[in-house]
Design a protein around this ligand. Structure first.
Ligand SMILES: NC(=O)C1=CN([C@@H]2O[C@H](COP(=O)(O)OP(=O)(O)OC[C@H]3O[C@@H](n4cnc5c(N)ncnc54)[C@H](OP(=O)(O)O)[C@@H]3O)[C@@H](O)[C@H]2O)C=CC1
Ligand SMILES: Nc1nc(=O)c2c([nH]1)NC[C@@H]1CN(c3ccc(C(=O)N[C@@H](CCC(=O)O)C(=O)O)cc3)C=[N+]21
Length: 293
């Protein structure tokens, strides 16, 4: 079993991104600027947004946070999005999800200028991804692709089973793994809560990508020997013995599943840190203005 060390790979990619930004600066170019919009005070969202800002600092990228109260109206948030769309100083921005119930995530996502949508969530960017046109790839799927490449994991002709069909992870990663290029060329099965006899399907996976948000859902009897596993799920559970006050759980019962796997990502330190570097890479792309509208 080989552990896929997302934290280490993310640190390596951050060094590359830092070098790229230094080069941009040397050439008298603009330092990319990423903005994160944070609505409310969800603990996990605060952690993730802070991690994104910290990563920007580390690579020499400009960053800022727009903090809004969770009582903000949908209209006010849409106005903030319009402001960021029109701000020449901002290369890319994200609106951290989830949003309070009274705000439509769909409306907000669609209001973001596709050229600044470094999350890759806008319908036109998803459409481009589906057609294999240049665009911002959604950060988590992009992070998984980078791990596959850097660990030289064979994907051609493999059966890739994805658990979960969210618009930000499961659906796009299933699409990307079925592409006619490396990493890709998999035969993909996309599963969800209505899937009948899931264990029978996951047992046939050569590559298993799990993103359903149920802690330790995947058990040893659900995978075959030699499987490659990307565990996207992150669930916080209160734990008074931890300094942070919580412990993180992936969607895979790591201790019993890992011995059967050829490669596996841990939680934390697997896919999560890669999501953040993907965002940095997308922001550089945005700043270079390489995207076609
Ligand atoms: N590491 C990272 O960078 C990231 C981690 N995450 C984490 O990944 C997890 C998933 O989040 P997200 O992608 O937003 O997904 P969602 O929470 O939006 O959706 C969950 C998906 O899992 C499916 N599902 C639920 N129960 C089952 C079941 N028993 N069997 C099979 N499928 C099931 C649902 O099916 P249905 O569609 O039928 O309801 C749905 O498609 C969360 O823990 C989240 O915190 C998310 C983004 C990034
Ligand atoms: N607009 C938007 N874009 C997102 O990309 C987005 C989002 N909303 N909403 C929520 C999910 C989740 N997500 C994570 C990012 C980093 C870690 C990460 O760095 N995790 C660390 C642990 C961090 C901790 O201590 O909690 C790790 O796995 O090692 C995890 C999850 C991005 N998401």
């Amino acid at each position: 079993m080989q552990l896929i060390d997302g934290k280490k790979t993310a640190a390596e990619i951050k060094d590359e991104v830092a070098a790229e930004i230094a080069l941009l600066k040397d050439k008298g170019g603009k330092v990319p600027h990423l903005v994160a919009v944070l609505v409310g005070s969800n603990g996990a969202s605060i952690t993730y947004v802070n991690a994104k800002i910290e990563a920007c600092k580390k690579v020499g990228m400009h960053s800022s946070i727009v903090r809004l109260n969770d009582t903000v109206s949908e209209k006010e948030l849409l106005e903030e999005v319009a402001k960021l769309n029109n701000d020449k100083d901002v290369d890319g921005f994200i609106v951290q999800l989830p949003l309070p119930k009274h705000i439509s995530e769909k409306k907000v996502t669609e209001a973001i200028s596709p050229q600044k949508d470094v999350d890759g969530f806008h319908p036109s960017n998803i459409g481009k991804m589906m057609l294999n046109l240049p665009t911002f790839l959604p950060a988590t799927p992009y992070g998984i692709l980078q791990l596959i490449e850097r660990y030289n994991i064979e994907t051609n002709g493999k059966h890739c089973v994805v658990v979960g069909r969210s618009a930000i992870v499961g659906s796009p990663v299933a699409n990307l793994m079925s592409r006619n290029s490396y990493p890709g060329n998999c035969t993909v099965t996309l599963t969800h809560s209505r899937t009948v006899n899931l264990p029978e399907i996951t047992r046939t996976a050569d590559i298993l990508i799990v993103a359903l948000g149920k802690p330790e859902f995947i058990t040893a009897d659900m995978v075959k020997e030699g499987v490659v596993i990307f565990d996207v799920g992150i669930t916080r559970k209160a734990d008074s013995t931890k300094k942070s006050g919580y412990k993180l759980f992936g969607d895979v019962k790591f201790d019993e599943v890992a011995p059967k796997a050829s490669f596996i990502t841990p939680v934390p330190g697997g896919v999560g840190p890669m999501t953040i570097v993907s965002l940095l890479k997308n922001t550089i792309l945005a700043a270079k203005g390489k995207m076609e509208s």
